[in-house]
Design a protein around this ligand. Structure first.
Ligand SMILES: CC(=O)N[C@H]1[C@@H](OP(=O)(O)OP(=O)(O)OC[C@H]2O[C@@H](n3ccc(=O)[nH]c3=O)[C@H](O)[C@@H]2O)O[C@H](CO)[C@@H](O)[C@@H]1O[C@H](C)C(=O)N[C@@H](C)C(=O)N[C@H](CCC(=O)O)C(=O)O
Ligand SMILES: Nc1ncnc2c1ncn2[C@@H]1O[C@H](COP(=O)(O)OP(=O)(O)OP(=O)(O)O)[C@@H](O)[C@H]1O
Ligand SMILES: N[C@H](CCC[C@H](N)C(=O)O)C(=O)O
Ligand SMILES: [Mg+2]
Length: 485
């Protein structure tokens, strides 16, 4: 592709060199450049891409997009100065792949919890409705039937547009994608054409990155703010920030709620281990998903499907037989009748939601044992809160490790312990090794008891110092359990 075509829609502050040159690929990582690439110099959280410009020129890069021009001594290279290299990357990645987002119906889902669940169920539903569909999610990406490994919740603009292009080429009509707050803040969704946006909720997470709750809210809201007039903006108004999300959007505004009047409304009739029984838009429907938080997720899915002009009864019939995403309230029952639940709850709100769901549907006398850790190199302020919430809602809590990354795992557990009140202390034990922690929970449990293993869900690894070792919560529970089903 010619550089001049690639630059369409980019606000250029200064241009040095030719634009009538062919480019082969885009990259923002000097460690991956090859000749005839465009290199984007990005100021990141750990490094400044501008420091690698000369190195990439030595490696054969012919085009540099940057925020500050370096000293130029190679006049065979084209330098494009912009305000924000990440914004330019989003627009140029779209151009490079022929702006695939405009050729399908792209729906983005944002919020602290529920994104994967909502996106995955929408993907399954639209496939069942007979459409070719794509999915971009934390667990995995799909180009209709083809699975592609997911490295991020929302991929970088190059990977993202390449995947959307593959979807369009495969004939997909729809793509459902998660929009993380990191992605908005880092302009990973820049230049995309959305047909709709969904907001699930906003609670405590990622304050290491966004610093304040207000900044976190702004990142989520920025996604709704850029939705075009032709798109819908669907928000959960039972969440206290649900209305805020709609304030500046040009899209047409739609709401969903369980507790108040809204465009899409549901009422929980029954909430049991076997599933949810809901009155949804005046229809009586049983669903396989468990927990009141999933009533919200189902309602978001239902509202989205209706806004995408699908038939109400067909949608509800298909939805009632669908399961959620892997590792979300995923449960097995042992031969001794112990219930083991693997759930991706890794925020205080998610832990409380899952444990309150268990509290609502337990029979009464059994004990709830929670195994929980907190990720390293992530928001430290959620650690004591997650431990305290786990204690408030469990009979026993085993504090353990969850992806310590570059941090000392014992130090993370100490920070969790600091949140446990003196009265709750007697309920907790700390076991550094997660496998031992799960095994101990299984040994402590008696018939009828419920074990929640929280935080890792679908993850198949434990990340320690940059190395991902195989680890699977469910596999360990199964080993211990000899499951009945
Ligand atoms: C904190 C964060 O989001 N970091 C992401 C970010 O990296 P960064 O800006 O920190 O990069 P950096 O290391 O400071 O480097 C700056 C620039 O210099 C370049 N560089 C650096 C070194 C070098 O030798 N040469 C070079 O060119 C880098 O490629 C980069 O362009 O941009 C990278 C490229 O897109 C991402 O891979 C990286 O994700 C890291 C791995 C990550 O863990 N991100 C997580 C937190 C994340 O994004 N999570 C959200 C989900 C959150 C949720 O909702 O739960 C997600 O969407 O997945
Ligand atoms: N609507 C909801 N409200 C609150 N908690 C929820 C909701 N949906 C799911 N959860 C809880 O949050 C956990 C994560 O759910 P899910 O993976 O769907 O969210 P996510 O927003 O994609 O998370 P991530 O940002 O990590 O990708 C679930 O395992 C469950 O414990
Ligand atoms: N998307 C979240 C996932 C957290 C999952 C948990 N297992 C952890 O490692 O903290 C994050 O990257 O913060
Ligand atoms: Mg997700």
């Amino acid at each position: 592709m010619q550089l001049q075509d690639l630059l369409y829609g980019v606000t250029i502050k200064e241009l040095v060199g030719r634009t009538d040159r062919e480019v082969n690929a885009l990259t923002f990582d000097s460690r991956k450049v090859t000749s005839d690439d465009v290199f984007f110099a990005i100021v990141g959280t750990a490094a400044d891409g501008h420091l690698f410009i000369n190195q990439t020129v030595d490696q054969g890069t012919k085009v540099i997009v940057c925020e500050n021009l370096p000293e130029i001594d190679n006049f065979d290279v084209t330098y494009v100065k912009v305000d924000n290299s990440s914004v330019a990357l989003g627009i140029m990645a779209g151009n490079f792949y022929g702006n695939p987002s405009a050729d399908l119906k792209l729906i983005g889902i944002t919020g602290t919890n529920g994104k994967t669940t909502i996106a995955t169920i929408l993907f399954k539903l639209f496939k069942d409705l007979g459409y070719k569909t794509g999915l971009l999610s934390t667990v995995e990406n799909y180009i209709n039937d083809t699975v592609v490994v997911a490295t991020h919740t929302t991929p970088n603009p190059i990977v993202l547009n390449a995947l959307l292009r593959d979807m369009v080429n495969a004939g997909c009509d729809y793509c459902f994608m998660e929009v993380s707050s990191h992605a908005v803040a880092q302009h990973r969704i820049e230049g995309l054409t959305f047909s709709g946006g969904v907001f699930s909720n906003l609670t405590h997470d990622h304050l290491d990155f966004h610093k304040t709750f207000d900044e976190y809210l702004k990142a989520k809201k920025a996604f709704f703010d850029v939705l075009p007039k032709s798109a819908f903006a669907l928000t959960n108004i039972d969440d206290k920030n649900g209305m805020v999300m709609l304030q500046n959007t040009k899209a047409y505004k739609k709401t969903y709620a369980l507790k108040q009047l809204a465009d899409f409304k549901a009422k929980i009739i029954e909430n049991q281990f076997s599933g949810l029984h809901l009155d949804i838009d005046n229809e009586d429907v049983y669903f396989k998903l468990v927990g009141s938080f999933n009533a919200y997720n189902l309602l978001a899915v239902y509202g989205t499907a209706i806004l995408l002009e699908q038939d109400k009864l067909k949608v509800l019939t298909l939805l009632s037989s669908l399961t959620g995403a892997e590792g979300r309230f995923d449960y097995i029952i042992s031969t001794d009748n112990i219930i083991g639940i693997v759930d991706y709850a890794h925020t205080p709100d998610a832990v409380q939601n899952v444990l309150s769901t268990i509290a609502n549907i337990r029979k009464g006398t059994e004990q709830v044992i929670t195994v929980i850790g907190c990720g390293g190199d992530r928001d430290k302020t959620k650690r004591p809160v997650m431990a305290q919430v786990a204690c408030d809602w469990s009979d026993k809590v085993i504090l353990t490790s969850d992806n310590p990354r570059t941090e000392d795992p014992q130090a993370i557990i100490n920070e969790m312990e600091a949140g446990v009140s003196p009265t709750n202390k007697r309920k907790t034990i700390s076991i550094l090794d997660r496998k031992e922690a799960i095994k101990t929970a299984c040994h402590l449990a008696k018939s009828g008891d419920i074990i929640l293993v929280a935080g890792k869900g679908h993850e198949k690894y434990q990340e320690i110092n940059g190395v991902r070792n195989h680890f699977d919560d469910k596999e360990i529970l199964l080993e211990q359990f000899n499951p009945r089903s």
